[in-house]
Design a protein around this ligand. Structure first.
Ligand code: 6PG
Length: 254
């Protein structure tokens, strides 16, 4: 498994049967990370992912069987990326997380730190950077307890898309960019922030991701082409949690 120069534990790959098992395994991981962080530091700083894969995880965590396993009063949520649309837009990552999870658990509104997709993208990215810098009061990126990410069929993660400058950003913690003329601008955290995390959980589901996952995990290190390869926490854990359909091509190439 390709990885940059990191001192943390080597990335791990866990393959589960299907998307339902993926949601359960991810929920177990979130609960465990939350308990550990709250026990150690009195709060859990969690970066949420957008896209569709985490929706089942969020809904599970909001369910009666799971919601009581997290002390939501001590949870702070952030986003790894957001589409530059109003918060009630169907494309909003914040809207998805609210409808699946946040509106159903007692997390204080002041602890939901959304990216303001309705504002000018560059200003919204700068405002989010200011928020992140306020967490540490220094020039260092915040060390999130858990970062949840997904991966697209082109190997992108968060809104780090192939051949975008954000992949190699070394100063800013959040940037705004437009991926294609016909798509909304996006705000994304940069690898500086992701790779400062204590733990990263990267969820991948579905056969349409199989080719990209095999290249990301077993192919040459080329993060400009496969941005998910830039995810390499310097002193934290990275777990790839994937279903069997997504893992179909892993280990198949000699
Ligand atoms: C987004 C996500 C993005 C997502 C992948 C996978 O805003 O869309 O941040 O990186 O995680 O595109 O999306 P799916 O889970 O829908 O396959």
């Amino acid at each position: 498994m390709a990885s940059a120069d990191v001192t943390g534990p080597r990335p791990t790959l866990r393959v589960v049967a299907d998307k339902h098992a993926l949601a359960r395994a991810a929920a177990e991981a979130v609960v465990q990370h939350a308990r550990d962080a709250i026990a150690r530091r009195g709060r859990f700083l969690w970066v949420l992912s957008g896209g569709s894969t985490p929706a089942a995880l969020y809904a599970l965590l909001a369910s009666e069987a799971w919601a009581g396993q997290v002390d939501w009063l001590k949870v702070h949520v952030f986003w790894g990326d957001e589409r530059c649309v109003p918060p009630d837009d169907a494309a909003s990552n914040c809207r998805m997380a609210r409808s699946a999870l946040l509106d159903h658990v007692p997390i204080p509104a002041s602890q939901i730190h959304r990216m303001r997709g309705e504002d000018d993208p560059t200003h919204a990215a700068a405002a989010y950077e200011t928020l992140l810098r306020s967490l540490t009061g220094s020039t260092l990126p915040p060390r999130f307890d858990l970062v949840l990410l997904g991966m697209g069929a082109d190997g992108h993660t968060a809104s780090l898309f192939p051949n975008t400058a954000a992949i190699r950003e070394r100063q800013r913690f959040a940037v705004a960019h437009q991926i294609a003329a016909d798509s909304p601008w996006r705000i994304t955290l940069t690898p500086l922030v992701f790779n400062a995390a204590a733990a990263i959980l990267l969820l991948v589901s579905g056969a349409d991701k199989a080719a990209a996952l095999q290249r990301v995990l077993e192919g040459p290190l080329q993060p400009d082409v496969l941005p998910a390869q830039v995810i390499a926490p310097r002193a934290g854990s990275l777990q790839w949690l994937v279903d069997r359909a997504a893992a179909g091509a892993v280990g198949s190439r000699q």
